[in-house]
Design a protein around this ligand. Structure first.
Ligand code: GDP
Length: 393
């Protein structure tokens, strides 16, 4: 009887000790996990620091007839005077003028972040009596930049490649017509697979709000009818808040952006603003009820500059590169009259949907494992507690 009682108290003691140990371990585990912090959470900071140190670059092309307000808009967008030395040609000089490509580069800095901005201007485009193939020098220029990058990438000094690829082309549609002109259609079709084309309705202050709406609808219809692929804004994430989604929707609906440019500062409502002073009133460049300038600036600079660069690199340049490699391989095969060393397979298209589903499934499995481990732990703690209580009582 005594032996039985002493065994039971010993067992109870053991049970209590093991419970205490278990609880201590369970509590200590998260702490231990915290202690095992290795520090890769600082990776975004490291990337941020490195990118800021290196600086950013962006190449913007502007195209459209002369006098459409291209230089004024660029100056208004970046608040710099990029066209100080521009020489304007008279009508006689312009008769024989061919399309030129002129690059202006400026280094701008804002809050310690450096941006090397290159503006590629295309004076002479659409100005001749015969505008047949006037987009050719422009497409050639874009291809040359891809070619240069391709060469540099295949060369020895890959680390210091100068990226001159054109990331975006602002195409100025005149406000005076009834939609797109043949030259606009041909230009955009010639460029849309090489560069991100963003169509703009120039000098929007020449039109009333209802005229702007009508012209925008018409341009949108024609863009679709002629199969022109203008820059597509990326879909916003499903977990974004409603306000952001609404803004994103408005932004997409705004294309083609109706813009106004000005190099002068005027006084409106007691404030100094960039605008145009007319005998009947003031049109403010940054007033969202006057034009889409702010929206355009936001997508170009504040929200989508990186996406424009990504699309250039991952889509337009990749297409060029793939085409180049295929041409080179087929030329090699023809020259040597032998089997190509690199099999020419149809280029695979990335299956984004499959990747997404695989990722989702992986996350589900991880979540399931975590929940199961937690349930097991809670179950064993409560079991031990119940056993200990039973023994005590
Ligand atoms: P570019 O040849 O296309 O570079 O055109 P400019 O920027 O030199 O502008 C040509 C003329 O149009 C100038 O007199 C500008 O002041 C004027 N201009 C520029 N932007 C606008 C605008 O948004 N609305 C109006 N009404 N005129 C503009």
């Amino acid at each position: 009887m005594v032996a039985l009682r002493s065994f039971s108290s010993w067992e109870c003691c053991f049970e209590l000790i093991s419970l205490a140990l278990f609880l201590a371990l369970s509590l200590a585990l998260p702490l231990a996990q915290e202690k095992q912090y290795v520090g890769f959470a600082t990776l975004p900071n490291q990337v941020h620091r490195k990118s800021v140190k290196k600086g950013f670059d962006f190449t913007l092309m502007v195209a459209g007839e002369s006098g459409m307000g291209k230089s004024t808009l660029v100056n208004s967008l970046f608040l710099t005077d990029l066209y100080k030395d521009r020489k304007l040609l008279n009508a006689e000089e312009r008769i024989n003028q061919t399309v030129e490509i002129i690059k202006h580069t400026v280094d701008i800095e804002e809050k310690g972040v450096k941006l090397k901005l290159t503006i590629v201007d295309t004076p002479g485009f659409g100005d001749a009596v015969n505008n047949n193939e006037c987009w050719k020098p422009i497409t050639d220029y874009i291809d040359q930049q891809f070619e240069q990058y391709f060469r540099d990438e295949s060369g020895l000094n890959r680390k210091n490649i100068q990226d001159n690829r054109v990331h975006c082309c602002l195409y100025f549609i005149p406000p005076f017509g009834h939609g797109l002109r043949p030259v606009d259609v041909e230009f955009m079709k010639a460029l849309h697979e090489k560069v991100n084309v963003v169509p703009l309705i120039a000098k929007a202050d020449c039109l009333t709000p209802s005229e702007i709406k009508k012209l925008k609808d018409r341009v949108r219809d024609e863009i679709e009818r002629f199969g022109i692929k203008v820059y597509q804004f990326p879909e916003c994430d499903s977990d974004e808040d409603e306000e952001f989604k609404q803004l994103d929707k408005e932004l997409k609906e705004c294309c083609p952006f109706a813009v106004i440019g000005s190099n002068t500062v005027v006084e409106a409502r007691g404030q100094r603003v960039r605008g145009r002073l007319y005998p009947w009133g003031i049109v403010e460049v940054e007033n969202q009820s006057h034009c889409d300038f702010v929206k355009l600036r936001n997508i170009l600079i504040r929200s989508h500059m990186h996406d424009l660069k990504d699309v250039t690199c991952d889509m337009h340049y990749e297409n060029y590169r793939a085409q180049c490699i295929q041409d080179m391989t087929s030329k090699l095969t023809q020259d040597n009259r032998m089997e190509s060393p690199i099999p020419m397979l149809p280029l695979p298209t990335p299956d984004v949907e499959t990747d997404r589903l695989i990722k989702m499934k992986d996350e589900e499995v991880i979540m399931f494992n975590i929940t199961q481990t937690a349930n097991e732990r809670v179950g064993s703690v409560s079991g031990a507690c119940a056993r200990a209580c039973r023994r005590y009582s």
